[in-house]
Design a protein around this ligand. Structure first.
Ligand code: AHR
Length: 512
């Protein structure tokens, strides 16, 4: 039964045939609300915080003595904002930084820690003020589980094994006692541990066969008993290259729980001319969404390989870096990857989250890059000021999907096209949340045309309880330090009489 929608369909029948409606996109969603698909692992909503630009220093960490209110050195305003969107998982310390990071530099009294050089990101001094203990403090403050990325590029198997023992051992070993002497009695929990990062690039410039040998060597060195509870991540491929997924899933038989994958959305598809974060037209909007929608092909192609090499479904496919990557703003340090964030980023985030939900059977974890002040960030800071981006609000609206049970559906939609290329005008998610309620997310990718939504739900929907929409009058809408509330979710009420999904919008509905 579909009472509200049925009511709408009858009441608005004449509207549907009016000229304005006829010009809209047409979308029908069919589902049986009794059906259940894969669980949408909460870790799909993971975040990434690298020692890069002001991602950590300034953005999260201000130090105990800062005038900016902080707890254990981490700024309270940012921590609270991250708690509010329920960040389930935090990846650290990189990225490319991870393969140059030596964990012993970041333990012990702050004053005794060496200054090293962050050669990947601007060649700046790395004070090592944020190290292992501080990272776990941060995860604890925001309520997130932990994903630590180990150094395979410039470290050793022994160094990696020692780090894991230091963090997780409850024994009387020298390393466990060193941790205690540094202020942490109990072992910490590590949810995921990555053996290297981008081994095809900054993590060692190698091929997958060479990596397989190193993975086995490093992994077998990790013997700490607590390591048995950690999910180990093999460093996988990027974009259309599926060889890493194929070789790793075929040849690694020694304790690997999933394979990582990285894909960044560049509007121009060109690393030397990526495109502006804030100045773009409808063509560039389309190109950005067309580029990001390739994620669907990448997921499908890699998962097909996993289904062949790992038919029992043991291995996860972890998209542990994704998001938009634009040209550096005029006057900013190129190595810091700071960028603004607009309605376009919000739509990119929602389109990708819908895809991760669709492939949730294999995609158990992803990390948007990155959490604060770097690439497609949730939050931007400037000294004591903080602003939430449109992407932040997507994570806020979509948090109801964490650990929800997906409900299979089919979606028929007209296409959003430009210059002979086509994208679906609307993408969606449908799931039963952990609170028992049914949630539907809808994204209208088209910046010009509204979409008429017809829900064909075979189930007991009596009403639509609540809805939130994120949209704006312009495609380039953004929040700034001077205008922090320019784009924020608003109640979505149009459903009461008719159900039109506005152009360039993201809506999350609670159904009952
Ligand atoms: O997220 C920024 C960088 O992008 C990461 O350090 C690296 O893994 C990727 O190339």
């Amino acid at each position: 039964m579909k009472l509200k929608v049925l009511t709408f369909s009858i009441l608005s029948a004449s509207l549907w045939t009016s000229q304005a409606f006829a010009a809209n996109h047409w979308v029908t969603i069919h589902a049986n609300l009794q059906d259940r698909g894969a669980v949408i692992n909460k870790d799909i909503y993971g975040q990434f915080a690298e020692h890069l630009g002001h991602g950590i220093y300034g953005g999260l960490w201000v130090g105990h003595d800062s005038d900016i209110p902080n707890t254990k050195g981490f700024r309270n305003d940012v921590v609270q904002a991250l708690r509010d969107i329920k960040v389930p998982l935090l990846r650290w310390p990189g990225g490319c930084f991870a393969d140059q990071y030596h964990w012993r530099d970041g333990i012990g009294p702050q004053a005794d820690r060496p200054i090293t050089i962050n050669s990947n990101w601007g060649g700046v001094d790395e004070t090592n003020a944020v190290g292992t203990h501080e990272f776990f403090d941060l995860a604890d403050l925001i309520g997130a589980d932990t994903y630590i990325n180990g150094n395979l590029g410039t470290g050793s198997a022994q160094e990696m094994a020692d780090w894991i023992e230091y963090m997780t051992s409850d024994s009387d070993s020298a390393l466990a006692n060193q941790r205690r002497a540094n202020g942490r009695r109990e072992p910490w929990n590590i949810t995921y541990f990555g053996i290297g990062n981008e081994a095809w690039g900054c993590g060692g410039n190698m091929g997958p066969e060479q990596y397989v040998g190193l993975y086995d060597q490093y992994r077998s060195a990790i013997q700490a008993p607590a390591a048995k509870d950690i999910l180990f991540v093999g460093s996988g491929g990027t974009t259309e290259d599926t060889a890493w997924t194929d070789v790793l899933s075929d040849q690694i038989h020694n304790g690997m729980d999933g394979i990582s994958f990285h894909f960044y959305t560049l509007p121009n598809d060109d690393w030397d001319n990526k495109g502006s974060a804030t100045e773009f037209d409808n063509t560039m909007w389309f190109n950005t969404l067309a580029r990001t929608y390739r994620m669907k092909t990448y997921l499908k192609d890699n998962i097909d390989i996993l289904d062949r090499n790992d038919p029992s479904g043991q291995l996860g496919f972890y998209v542990d870096e994704w998001g938009t990557w634009y040209d550096t703003e005029e006057g900013r340090e190129p190595g810091f990857l700071y960028q603004q964030n607009t309605l376009r980023d919000a739509v990119v985030a929602a389109v990708n989250l819908n895809l991760f939900h669709e492939y949730a059977k294999r995609v158990h974890m992803t990390n948007i890059a990155q959490m604060v002040n770097v690439l497609q960030a949730m939050i931007l800071t400037d000294g004591a000021k903080m602003v939430k981006t449109p992407t932040y609000y997507i994570y806020d609206m979509y948090k109801v999907f964490q650990d929800a049970k997906s409900i299979p559906f089919t979606l028929d939609t007209t296409q959003y096209s430009m210059n002979g290329k086509e994208l679906p005008a609307v993408t969606a998610s449908l799931a039963q949340g952990t609170d028992g309620r049914l949630y539907m997310a809808l994204v209208n990718l088209d910046p010009e045309k509204d979409a008429n939504i017809d829900l064909d739900l075979n189930g007991e929907i009596n009403t639509i309880l609540a809805g939130r929409i994120l949209t704006a009058s312009t495609i380039t809408a953004k929040n700034t330090f001077d205008d922090q509330h320019a784009i924020e979710p608003q109640p979505f009420q149009d459903w009461a009489d008719y159900f039109v999904l506005p152009a360039k919008s993201v809506v999350v509905l609670t159904l009952k």
